[in-house]
Design a protein around this ligand. Structure first.
Ligand code: PLP
Length: 399
């Protein structure tokens, strides 16, 4: 056998393969509702004005080795403030350890690696369903995964009691991954009281929560409000882990800017954890590209730029919400027998339609509308000029 002869074609990725199929469709009128990155009402990717201004602001900045060290610790602290709150005791007391990561994916990967090293026999409980890459990330890090019930396909909402039971029935001191806001793919989040209850049970069970926050701001349009789940856990005195990404809320997808952080018992523990995270990074990619973190820190530390960012997040979210409202209205006007309430009840980037794989195939074949096989529709791809077409097509395949 020759070298590499045993290497076979890898299975298609359920998300990126949607874009590939879309691109190879020669039809001029086609819709890509697979991609989870923001688009404006013309269907174009957006560079936020706050990012443009921050880019100008740092254009003269010489990127030297010394820049890197300060940028790194500043960036991590800025990220932790954003997640935990500006005046959080976590920041005041230096009770956190973190490193810049290659966006949200890299942050999850680093945490999974850290988990394996220090809790080699542990598993990570993931919501069912979840972003498909979670399974791959923890599997590739050789950490077993379990699942907990999360979504009810009949109500298209949260399966709260089952979720609570699964948390209670997991072995004490288990790791759980949560999406703190804008759950991908379901668009269904626990409410305030439900997070309180989850946090309470975590205390009793001594579980460890890991929050994968890829959409801070994108659920409610308010970055502070979207951190509610994390703030509740902190108030209740939990230690926790957090992955953050600026792909969606700052439109920095291609810059790959993210952070992984761990809230620790005290500053001494934080120092030890940080040194271990740095050790993992050293062998994986040595250090991070500095430009993205510099951009993010520039925005978060300039009052005007931060206010502009918050406004721009609101504009993005308002557009997503208005497309949900129009999609629901249009479907209802078509007198379909189904209920479309969940289109506007769900939040964030995605509408988890409940369309079957056959209906998804039919939409692709007959209407050139592309989405993931589980019926997840990226609302970012819906615009005033295609929403009627989409509603009619959904009506045709579901009536
Ligand atoms: N986590 C969740 C839940 C996501 O939906 C995504 C992106 O789709 C990510 C993490 C990672 O995103 P990125 O690596 O682009 O920051």
């Amino acid at each position: 056998m020759g070298w590499w002869d045993h290497v076979q074609q890898a299975p298609k990725d359920p998300i990126t393969s949607v874009t590939q199929a879309f691109l190879s469709d020669p039809t001029p009128f086609k819709l890509n509702l697979g991609v989870g990155a923001y688009r404006d009402d013309k269907g174009k990717p957006v560079t936020l004005e706050c990012v443009r201004r921050a880019t100008e602001k740092i254009s003269d900045c010489e990127i030297l080795e010394s820049t890197k060290a300060t940028t790194k610790s500043k960036f991590v602290q800025d990220c932790v403030k954003l997640a935990c709150g500006n005046d959080s005791s976590v920041v005041r007391e230096g009770r956190f350890a973190g490193v810049p990561a290659l966006s949200g994916t890299g942050a999850c990967r680093l945490f999974a690696e850290f988990q394996r090293r220090f809790y080699p026999d542990s598993q990570m409980f993931l919501p069912m369903p979840t972003w498909s890459n979670h399974h791959d990330i923890w599997r590739d890090s050789q950490v077993c995964t379990g699942t907990y019930r999360y979504y009810n396909p009949y109500s298209k909402g949260l399966r709260f009691q089952a979720l609570v039971n699964d948390i209670k029935n997991a072995p004490d001191r288990s790791f759980f991954l949560f999406h703190p806001c804008a759950h991908n793919p379901t668009g269904v989040d626990p409410n305030y009281e439900q997070w309180k209850e989850i946090s309470h049970i975590f205390k009793i069970k001594n579980h460890f929560p890991f929050f994968d926050m890829a959409y801070q701001g994108i659920a409610s349009g308010d970055v502070e409000r979207d951190a509610t789940a994390i703030r509740i856990f902190l108030e209740d005195g939990h230690l926790l882990g957090c992955a953050q990404s600026f792909s969606k809320n700052m439109g920095l997808y291609e810059h790959r800017v993210g952070c992984v952080s761990i809230v620790s018992r005290d500053d001494k523990q934080a120092t030890a954890i940080k040194s271990q995270l740095q050790r993992i990074v050293r062998a994986m990619y040595s250090s991070f590209p500095v430009h993205g973190p510099l951009l993010v820190s520039t925005i978060l530390n300039d009052a005007d730029l931060k206010a502009l960012w918050e406004e721009e997040v609101k504009v993005m979210v308002d557009r997503l919400i208005s497309m949900r409202v129009t999609l629901r209205q249009t479907l209802e006007e078509l007198n379909s027998s189904s209920s479309w309430e969940h289109v506007t009840k769900q939040v964030g980037m995605f509408y988890f339609s409940g369309l079957s794989p056959e209906e998804v195939n039919q939409l692709q074949r007959d209407f050139h509308i592309y989405m993931t096989n589980d019926g997840r529709i990226s609302m970012a791809g819906v615009t005033s000029s295609n929403v009627d077409y989409l509603a009619n097509a959904i009506h045709e395949v579901t009536k």
